[in-house]
Design a binder for this molecule. Sequence first.
Ligand SMILES: NC(=O)c1ccc[n+]([C@@H]2O[C@H](COP(=O)([O-])OP(=O)(O)OC[C@H]3O[C@@H](n4cnc5c(N)ncnc54)[C@H](OP(=O)(O)O)[C@@H]3O)[C@@H](O)[C@H]2O)c1
Length: 302
Amino acid sequence: MANLEKIQMNESGLEFSRFIQGYWRMAEWNMSSQESLTFLKQHVELGITTVDHAHIYGSPSCEQLFGEALKLQPSIRDDIEIVSKCGIQLPCNESGAVAHYRSDAKSIIESVDLSLSRLGVDSIDALLIHRPDFLMDADEVAEAFKRLEGAGKVHNFGVSNFSASQFSLLQSRLDKPLITNQIEINPINMQSLDDGLLDYLSENRVIPMAWSCLGGGRILTETSETMEKVRATLAVVAHEVGAESIDQLIFAWVLALPSKPLPIIGSGKIDRVASAVRSSEIALNREQWYRIWTAFKGHAVP
Ligand SMILES: NC(=O)c1ccc[n+]([C@@H]2O[C@H](COP(=O)([O-])OP(=O)(O)OC[C@H]3O[C@@H](n4cnc5c(N)ncnc54)[C@H](OP(=O)(O)O)[C@@H]3O)[C@@H](O)[C@H]2O)c1
């Protein structure tokens, strides 16, 4: 296994890999179970041992597809950390109901049971509440976490897309620290840099997980005049720092943040995954980092 850095996520010894493999798009990859297992083994070999799932990902279910790959070599479970998420309810088309959030204890526990059966595992390493629920009763969520931990089904808990105040509210009801807040971080969406969320997480020594570092691919593929200009700037900086590609440069830009976010890689192509991992060897100086900031913001720093 490659010597990729491991990051301690809490004082109980939970460690995640410096990069995480995202499985949201797995159903689009059209891999057989054997191909999925090969992909998993390849990224574990690169040092990416942490995988990111959610009970709503994919049709067919990505957790189910992943579980079928795991079944071919169950021992690989011991080499990885599985993160999953709960709380988004997508109704079937015919029902007329709208998508909504459910963070009541019954829904959280049922969602975990479904994830475990699809993945074919006894427990997951971390469960995240996928989105902040305006109707969330923090005491009830804490109770659900306690029951899941007591039953040995989930070992650690965190959140995703929470504001600082939502994070703080839930944390106030828990005995153990939330391990992460999984949020969008990329140069198209710098909200967490602007609204103080990253500062809040650093202050509380919480390591964020960063989703859609490439803006879901938009940074590479969007054909607007603005994005063409941004890509031209990125190409210049990439050349200066010896980056292999613009995507690798963007991962280096995220890694440079002092809150030390763990990028979740969304690609299903192992060459792109390997290239993302090598972004940790790229050092941007401050002027280069801000040149990328300026290109995306469309104006200079004040
Ligand atoms: N918590 C949340 O609310 C939330 C929300 C969204 C995502 N996530 C997590 O974050 C993970 C990553 O998100 P993401 O998939 O949006 O990540 P991303 O890295 O921003 O986007 C990945 C997409 O970009 C494409 N791509 C990568 N390199 C490219 C290139 N050089 N040229 C053209 N296209 C390229 C990939 O296609 P190929 O596969 O063809 O490379 C893939 O479709 C997800 O898997 C999920 O685990 C969490």
